[in-house]
Ligand binder design. Structure first.
Ligand code: UD1
Ligand code: CA
Length: 427
């Protein structure tokens, strides 16, 4: 049996934000959400505990609304990482399984790594396994102190380290797997006699060794996974890393992405092979994109977008909550929201679905049948249906349903006044 503890009580001062650190988002998922999902996706844990403190209520609400297998526990005041873990003691009096401890501010951790880590812990009959990583620049991390025979002896925090210890490049990633019954007594024995005057979780390593328990370290392969968020800069970097991961999966699946550096694709977007994403596209939320589509450059898909095969979404086109069937083009300067659009439709440049009534605050649907042609710069005032094969003349404001194969046109006829300019100029 396995349960997890996720530390999320810290202040996050450097975020300079009214939002608790772990509720900041990458795409539309919170940092804490990534960590809980990674744990849940392993299928190993039956229950998670999130330690909350700073702005506890907001984090409690988030967890309560989204995760039925996850409890929040208040840590107040916050006296260190060891103190944070000790908050679960009353909840796990009779528990006799494993506990994995993680931080709520490392959103790039993967379920695969967590699985491998737990497997390593089990295969080595370990009582306490700490995840370590080799960092060229280990500054600010706790350092892993190993004995000559390679055994992990203790962890020393940067602020407590000697110069020699500071030169160690193996750092504490802050993720642990422990056999609860063997280690739990450590939490009532931790001391605060260190540079920060805190109860250090890291001291359980030394404690375990003193009790003759099996203490091991698992070296992380991809350092990116424990990238921690402490500032908005870190948040931006983590977003880029996550995005790059997603893009690499799409590339491997046969999607053509011209410029990964300027393309953003949310984790919940599915794309079929041979679709081409041109530079500077932002694709957020949950979307399904078929084969041989062309998206961008400069397109914005805002979620709940379904594109069948061979759809073209061109530059400066924004699409939201819309289904577009195969062979349809919306090539330039268009907004399509709350719409259902058929096959082989042409949406002229500058077409807008006016889906929002600001007086009633209601959103309404635009339904466009197969083979419809919408002339440039038209406004389709929803709710409205344009039936199969109908044409809309350029610059029309469509406020009524249009029957199939009809022409709808609302512009006033063009007036040509011969010689008007010449007369003004006196020629
Ligand atoms: C900790 C480790 C360090 C490791 C690093 C990895 C300790 C003493 N040090 O250092 O060895 O290299 O993580 O990132 O554990 N938290 C609480 N309650 C508290 C204090 C912290 O919930 O009272 C939470 C924080 O919100 C954060 C996590 O614990 O999510 C880690 O705390 P932080 O202060 O960032 O630890 P570090 O100093 O980075
Ligand atoms: Ca810290």
């Amino acid at each position: 049996m396995l349960k997890s503890i996720i530390l999320a009580a810290g202040k996050g001062t450097r975020m300079k934000s009214q939002t608790p650190k772990v509720l900041h988002k990458v795409f539309d998922k919170t940092l804490l959400g990534y960590v809980i999902d990674a744990v849940n996706e392993t299928g190993l844990a039956d229950e998670n505990f999130v330690i909350v403190g700073h702005q506890a209520e907001k984090v409690e609400d988030f967890v309560g609304e989204n995760y039925s297998n996850t409890k929040t526990i208040l840590q107040s005041p916050q006296l260190g990482t060891g103190h944070a873990v000790s908050m679960v003691l009353p909840y796990l009096i009779d528990y006799d399984g494993e506990i994995i401890i993680l931080c709520g501010d490392t959103p790039l951790i993967t379920s695969e790594t967590i699985k491998n880590f737990v497997e390593f812990h089990r295969n080595n009959n370990s009582d306490l396994t700490v995840m370590s990583a080799i960092f060229e620049n280990p500054t600010n991390y706790g350092r892993i102190i190993r004995l000559d025979n390679g055994r992990v002896e203790s962890i020393v925090e940067e602020k407590d380290a000697t110069e020699k210890q500071k030169s160690i490049k193996e750092i504490n990633a802050g993720i642990y797997c422990i056999n609860w019954n063997k280690i739990k007594d450590a939490f009532s024995e931790l001391k605060t006699n260190n540079a920060q005057g805190e109860y250090y979780l890291t001291d359980i390593i030394k404690w375990g060794n003193e009790k003759g328990l099996s203490v091991n370290a698992y070296i992380l392969k991809d350092n990116e996974e424990i990238y921690g968020i402490n500032s908005k800069l870190n948040l931006a970097e983590a977003s880029k890393m996550l995005n790059r991961r997603i893009i690499n999966v799409h590339l491997a699946n046969g999607v053509t992405i011209i410029d990964p550096d300027t393309t953003w694709i949310s984790p919940e977007t599915e794309i079929e092979p041979d679709t081409i994403i041109y530079p500077s596209c932002y694709i957020e939320g949950k979307n399904k994109i078929g084969k041989n589509c062309k998206i961008g450059p400069f397109a914005h898909l805002r979620g709940d977008v379904i594109l069948e095969d061979n759809v073209k979404i061109g530059n400066f086109v924004e699409v939201k909550k819309t289904t577009i069937k195969s062979g349809t083009n919306a090539c330039h300067l268009t907004y399509l929201g709350d719409s259902e659009i058929g096959t082989d439709v042409n949406i002229g440049a500058g077409t807008i679905t006016a889906n929002y009534n600001p007086l009633t605050k209601e959103k309404s649907k635009t339904i466009i049948g197969d083979n419809v042609k919408i002339g440039s710069n038209s406004v389709l005032v929803a709710p409205v249906t344009i039936e199969e094969g109908a044409n809309v003349g350029a610059l029309s404001v469509i406020t009524k349903n249009i029957p199939s194969w009809a022409l709808a046109i609302t512009r006033t006829p063009i007036k040509i006044i011969e010689g008007w300019v010449a007369k003004k100029l006196g020629r």
